[in-house]
Design a protein around this ligand. Structure first.
Ligand SMILES: Nc1nc2c(ncn2[C@@H]2O[C@H](COP(=O)(O)OP(=O)(O)OP(=O)(O)O)[C@@H](O)[C@H]2O)c(=O)[nH]1
Ligand SMILES: [Mg+2]
Ligand SMILES: [Zn+2]
Ligand SMILES: [Zn+2]
Length: 424
């Protein structure tokens, strides 16, 4: 769709790319041909060093080719007009290879296609990060599905994938793993085997740079007209967070530094005070996991920013509530949610109750210096607790996985959306 005149008349407007989070002025956008001829005819394509760097990093040994593209300010064919883009953005350019008019815009920094909504408005963004195996990928899978199926419709809010690639990636890399693939019947394969599985560990950046490509959604709100805000989700590899931190900082630092909302997932079963509780039965994998150092996780997080206190809202969510919630005192909200006590409906603000109970638990678990550091460097924080899988969680990762019955997964996300002004 062509850009509307109002957007074109504001070429100095700062735009943020929903994929790489770089900011630039609208008149710096590049243009490429998206005609079917140029998309499919390799001989008409040209080298694209910017896209190559995006997908393969700066040391790539071969170059991606793409349909004709140009920085409009450098397109000689436009004569002096090319120097006036800062007054009004060009409506469209002609592709020199197929002659078609095009107004397909690219981010000048990463060369991914800039959706119109991103040019007209600032995108929101949430990065999910934390140590290994705390359940980040499972959380992303379940929370996006919950939004689609329950939370969104109840609140007049829909997340719509920005393009087919995002729709396909969420389906194949996330949903089909946890919920089973619709290709083969719901959760059952050709031979009757159950196809729902635990996620594999997310590969580190040096193996696969896919985590640098956020899943981008349009946020559709009931009763709101005008352009829809965008929301990007990134799910980082715990292995990078714990073991390749300098690579993570260099290659993916923008996903944290420029995020509008941060979601730190942690697993309290890695605290000695929780793991040693006699009521707790650890799986062999849990038993050999090194103890958590949340204080260090905060120092790492603060290290991404030039200045503290950090103003970005930070949700800290204690995941796998199904496992540790029953250790909380009977009568507490967390105990009741975790044990599924039907009881009377929770009185008061659920988020406030959970925040206070988690804080108190962290104090009991000797996390005083963590709490102190949090208060000083991340004043805009809030605690949450959730379980992505609920009572569907299996001790044996190889075992068939029942469908998730999530507990409180949407809470941190809703809070982060409110903090970004995307939800009231
Ligand atoms: N009990 C329980 N287990 C969970 C829950 N969510 C995830 N898990 C399990 O935790 C393990 C790790 O889950 P992932 O989602 O792959 O964790 P991750 O944080 O993405 O791990 P990395 O990608 O390696 O950093 C898997 O065995 C999951 O089945 C939960 O809510 N409760
Ligand atoms: Mg993962
Ligand atoms: Zn970009
Ligand atoms: Zn063309």
């Amino acid at each position: 769709m062509p850009l509307d005149l109002l957007t074109r008349l504001d070429p100095l407007r700062r735009v943020q790319c929903p994929f790489c989070f770089e900011r630039f002025a609208a008149f710096e956008l590049h243009v490429k041909c998206d005609g079917p001829g140029c998309e499919s005819d390799f001989s008409r394509q040209v080298e694209d060093p910017i896209l190559t760097r995006t997908f393969f990093g700066s040391g790539a040994d071969s170059m991606i080719r793409s349909p004709w593209w140009v920085d409009p300010r450098r397109d000689q064919r436009r004569g002096v007009r090319r120097h006036l883009d800062w007054l009004v953005l060009p409506g469209s350019l002609d592709c020199p290879n197929c002659g078609r008019e095009t107004d397909c815009r690219l981010c000048p920094r990463c060369h991914q296609r800039m959706p119109e909504a991103a040019i007209a408005r600032r995108p929101g963004h949430i990065t999910v990060f934390g140590p290994q195996s705390v359940g980040k990928t499972t959380y992303m899978t379940v929370v996006l599905n919950e939004f689609d199926q329950h939370v969104g419709p109840e609140r007049g809010l829909l997340l719509e994938p920005i393009d087919e690639e995002v729709r396909r990636r969420y389906r194949q890399e996330y949903r089909d793993v946890t919920y089973g693939s619709a290709l083969q019947g719901v959760g059952v394969g050709h031979w009757g085997e159950v196809t729902r599985q635990a996620h594999m560990p997310t590969p580190p950046l040096e193996v696969n740079r896919r985590v640098l490509q956020p899943l981008v959604y349009k946020v559709k709100r009931r009763g709101k007209t005008g352009s829809e805000p965008l929301l990007s989700f990134s799910d980082m590899a715990g292995e990078d967070w714990e073991m390749n931190f300098s690579v993570l900082r260099r290659e993916a630092g923008h996903l944290i530094r420029r995020a509008k909302g941060l979601l730190l997932l942690i697993d309290p079963m890695r605290l000695p005070q929780v793991a040693s509780d006699p009521r707790m039965r650890l799986s062999p994998k849990e038993a050999i996991a090194p103890p958590a150092d949340y204080r260090e996780d905060l120092s790492k997080l603060a290290g991404f920013f030039d200045r503290v206190p950090v103003r970005v809202p930070l949700a800290i969510c204690l995941n796998k509530l199904d496992r540790w919630g029953p250790l909380m005192a009977p009568g507490t909200t967390l105990h009741e949610v975790a044990t599924g006590v039907p009881g009377k409906p929770i009185e008061g603000d659920l988020d406030v109750l959970v925040h206070e109970e988690v804080r108190a638990a962290m104090r009991r678990w000797d996390q005083l210096s963590f709490l102190e550091h949090l208060g000083i460097d991340f004043p805009r924080h809030r605690f949450f607790a959730c379980s992505a899988l609920g009572d569907a969680a299996q001790e044996d990762e190889e075992a068939p996985q029942p469908l998730p019955t999530p507990l409180l997964v949407e809470r941190p996300l809703l809070w982060l959306l409110r903090q970004q002004g995307l939800l009231r």
